[in-house]
Design a protein around this ligand. Structure first.
Ligand SMILES: Cc1cc2nc3c(=O)[nH]c(=O)nc-3n(C[C@H](O)[C@H](O)[C@H](O)COP(=O)(O)OP(=O)(O)OC[C@H]3O[C@@H](n4cnc5c(N)ncnc54)[C@H](O)[C@@H]3O)c2cc1C
Length: 450
């Protein structure tokens, strides 16, 4: 505007009376001028820009984190799953997630709607074997869910990942036949109870929850902490140390079993929509038929964790995708100093840094998933992906939040939920430090675990 003549006489001298007369035949000129006089400087600036561009606002690129089109190479089935989850998240989760976040509550009424997508059956067969490309398919589900809400992905990952895999890898044929079909149809919801109040990273060595054989059953005693879905799950797979042999065993503990008590953990600031429980087992009696019959001590537990760790790496990617896309959309809309903030070099620097992170994270997890599906993934491969994606996600959500300025801390703008959720991704399924030690041991040949 400053390059235009400010003086009214000079402006009037530039007017073309014939063009004005033609315009006057089509619009009410006095009313138009009166309306223009009421516009703010910002609105006048927008109007001037629109008129210079022939009236139509410039079409801006759609925010899309897949800059290299890496997801174009998926199979038609994986594409279909991805779009189905994207539709579900936009239609059912996005409109209500802030309300449930504020209430610290999982929207259980969405489970029947989620059931219609038939997602667990895209990953697992009824006998507990994995379908071809299962890790990639799981990755697509996680990516699209986390783009909108990480908690939804965690609900699904605990049920169809950790809990399902525990029975698939450690259960007998009878146990698989009893539980897996119901779990595939989300008719029975599972939880996975490994962590204890005093045993996080060290739980493999210092597990305090015990089991003791007693006649035709087992007696479980101890506590489990942070157990996702457990406040409403139909059962929790509880890992406990045998008092006699010191071996780690797994049990299917059904909701309502005497001596099994779940208290919902309140006051979380990350992943508030997931319900986590503090489980107390007080002389809790479980029949031998609910002991996972085929476990091989801690090796089975570790195998379950290895299988699901790639999924946690995907959570970081999805969360960063969502935050980047929100930030880019905001940078295109939000105006300061008379133009969208996306015009400013420093904001473009944030956005390009975020995109670089998202693009390289995606390459990493796509490769990891292909290795997992080909049976080539080792612990250290999954650990490296978890370390790198969680760290890059943390950086990306912080830059995204910063791009929103003060508005970035408002729940309604979305990005702060991604920011907070990243803190949980960073610390669960093996903290950054523990996964680093796993990779360090593999590449140096020296174990730095203490
Ligand atoms: C939201 C959420 C959901 C979860 N869901 C589940 C679930 O469903 N089921 C379940 O069983 N668990 C669950 N967990 C638990 C999760 O797996 C643990 O939080 C995680 O294993 C870390 O344990 P901790 O939090 O006790 O940390 P700690 O083990 O106490 O670690 C604290 C710090 O010390 C560091 N540290 C510890 N040991 C070492 C070492 N040897 N060398 C260097 N650094 C070390 C850690 O890296 C970390 O920075 C969940 C956790 C969260 C936050």
């Amino acid at each position: 505007m400053t390059s235009q003549p400010r003086d009214s006489a000079a402006l009037l001298a530039q007017l073309d009376p014939e063009a004005l007369a033609r315009l006057g035949q089509r619009v009410d000129l006095p009313a138009l001028l009166a309306a223009a006089s009421r516009l703010s400087d910002r609105q006048l600036g927008q109007l001037a820009r629109a008129m210079k561009g022939g009236g139509a606002p410039k079409a801006l690129p759609e925010p899309d984190g897949d800059f290299y089109g890496q997801l174009d190479d998926l199979t038609p089935e994986q594409q279909e799953v991805r779009l189905a989850v994207r539709g579900f998240m936009q239609e059912h989760v996005a409109p209500i997630m802030n309300a449930y976040w504020s209430r610290d509550e999982f929207p259980r009424h969405l489970i029947p709607e989620l059931r219609k997508l038939n997602l667990p059956r895209r990953i697992w067969n009824e006998d507990g074997t994995r379908r071809p490309g299962a890790t990639m398919t799981e990755g697509m589900i996680t990516l699209e869910a986390c783009r909108v809400d990480v908690s939804t992905a965690v609900f699904f990952g605990v049920h169809a990942g950790l809990a399902f895999a525990s029975i698939a890898l450690g259960g007998s044929a009878e146990q698989k036949a009893e539980w897996l079909p119901k779990m595939l149809d989300l008719e029975a919801i599972g939880a996975f109870g490994l962590t204890e109040p005093e045993g996080g990273s060290q739980v493999s060595q210092g597990m305090r929850t015990t089991c003791r054989q007693d006649g035709d059953g087992w007696v479980l005693s101890g506590e489990k902490y942070w157990i996702g879905n457990s406040p409403f799950s139909d059962f929790t797979v509880v890992w406990a140390r045998d008092e006699d042999t010191q071996e780690v065993r797994g049990f299917i503990v059904r909701a309502g079993t005497p001596g099994y008590h779940v208290r919902k953990i309140e006051g979380k600031v990350a992943l508030r929509i997931v319900e986590n429980g503090h489980i107390t087992l007080t002389e809790c009696r479980v029949p031998d038929s609910d002991r996972l019959q085929e476990t091989r001590g801690w090796r089975t537990t570790a195998e379950v964790l290895r299988l699901t760790r790639a999924g946690v790496a995907w959570q970081g990617v999805g969360c960063a995708f969502g935050a980047y896309e929100l930030a880019l959309g905001y940078a295109q809309r939000r105006e300061q100093f008379g133009k969208p903030i996306g015009n400013f070099q420093l904001i473009q620097n944030h956005l390009v840094h975020m995109l670089g992170n998202v693009t390289s994270m995606l390459s990493l997890v796509l490769r990891l998933s292909r290795m997992a599906d080909a049976g080539q993934m080792r612990d250290e491969h999954a650990s490296l992906a978890k370390v790198v994606t969680a760290a890059r996600c943390r950086e990306t959500v912080a830059l995204a939040r910063e791009t929103f300025g003060g508005n970035g801390i408002l729940l309604d703008n979305g990005v702060i939920k991604h920011f907070a959720d990243t803190e949980a991704i960073y610390s669960y399924e093996g903290t950054n430090e523990i996964n680093t030690l796993v990779v360090g041991r593999a590449i140096t040949g020296f174990s730095a675990f203490v």
